[in-house]
Design a protein around this ligand. Structure first.
Ligand SMILES: [Zn+2]
Ligand SMILES: [Zn+2]
Length: 312
């Protein structure tokens, strides 16, 4: 049994060893103005919040105050911006989301789609995950555009049928789904292979197809087909084309930008008053003595008035 079907689990150690170490450095160009970055986040968050109950906003659609901004350079050379929760977590520690396969990307990868990417690479399956069954109606009688009537007659399902799909982790750390040869099949069974005596005929048929239609399959796919023929035409294929590799790119460098919402300045500590100077104390004492003298005079005037009223 090949190693690829012997392991279970989602994130094997060998997957993450390919991650480059991102370095902090000054990157060319300038950050998006903060107001613009904040507006973009708030527009995005408003859409997200419209689909999420308010009680879950702190977890799934948080306020912008907690986010810190970074500029990052990717392995493809592109420079983009990312947010982290707080200023301590580095951008390469964050895990993006693969919406198609509903799983996390390896830490340190972000989306960067290019118009004309190279063919998606083939990656070995390193772990088997969840299984689901999908039911299909009978195929139409008319052949689809991508095949001729003769081939369609062989592969067409003339009855409704159910297939089992397994989510697998590839050696790059990305997820994909493969179809099982039948509903009873389990990864521990290992791939089913073509009958050995059929293989030379299959090889000859492919060589004939490639010779007659040079555009029919690019070299990248032909090499995969040759490897699979050499391996006895296994099903499921132990190597799968990874389309996520076309857009998930490693962060190779990063630069701090700042908080998405500026921090409020620290409240100033009230100053402890300076002890008064000797001159100031003397001035205050003289003032107090003058006031005391005036009060004594007023009191004695009052006493004199009271005495004269009694005597009259
Ligand atoms: Zn790019
Ligand atoms: Zn991949």
């Amino acid at each position: 049994m090949p190693n690829s079907v012997a392991r279970e689990g989602r994130c094997p150690q060998e997957v993450t060893s390919a991650a480059p170490t991102a370095v902090q450095r000054r990157l060319p160009g300038a950050a998006t103005p903060r107001e613009e970055a904040l507006r973009e986040y708030q527009d995005f968050n408003a859409k997200r919040r419209s689909r999420i109950p308010a009680a879950l906003w702190p977890f799934w659609a948080p306020d912008p105050e907690q986010f810190y901004r970074w500029r990052v350079q990717l392995e493809c050379g592109c420079i983009t911006e990312v947010l982290t929760n707080g200023s301590e977590k580095l951008p390469a520690e964050g895990q993006g989301y693969d919406p198609l396969h509903k799983g996390r990307l390896p830490a340190g990868q972000v989306r960067c789609s290019h118009d004309d990417p190279p063919p998606a690479p083939y990656r070995n399956i390193v772990a088997w995950g969840e299984r689901r069954e999908v039911s299909f109606p009978a195929d139409p009688v008319e052949p689809p555009d991508w095949t001729d009537a003769e081939s369609w007659a062989v592969i067409r399902h003339d009855e409704p049928h159910t297939s089992a799909f397994w989510t697998v982790t590839l050696s790059c750390g990305h997820l994909t789904e493969v179809v099982a040869p039948d509903l009873q099949w389990k990864p521990t069974n290992g791939p089913k292979r073509a009958i050995a005596k059929r293989l030379p005929k299959m090889k000859a048929a492919f060589e004939e197809f490639w010779a007659s239609d040079p555009e029919g399959q690019d070299e990248h796919k032909r090499e995969h087909t040759r490897r699979m023929l050499e391996d006895g035409w296994p099903c499921p294929r132990p190597e799968q084309q990874c389309h996520t590799c076309s857009w998930a790119k490693w962060i190779v460098a990063y630069q701090r930008v700042g908080w998405l919402v500026p921090r409020k300045p620290e409240p100033k500590q009230p100053k402890t008053p300076k002890p008064p100077s000797r001159a100031s104390l003397q001035r205050r004492l003289r003032q107090a003595e003058v006031e005391a003298k005036q009060l004594r005079e007023q009191l004695s005037e009052l006493d004199e008035e009271t005495a004269s009223e009694k005597n009259s």
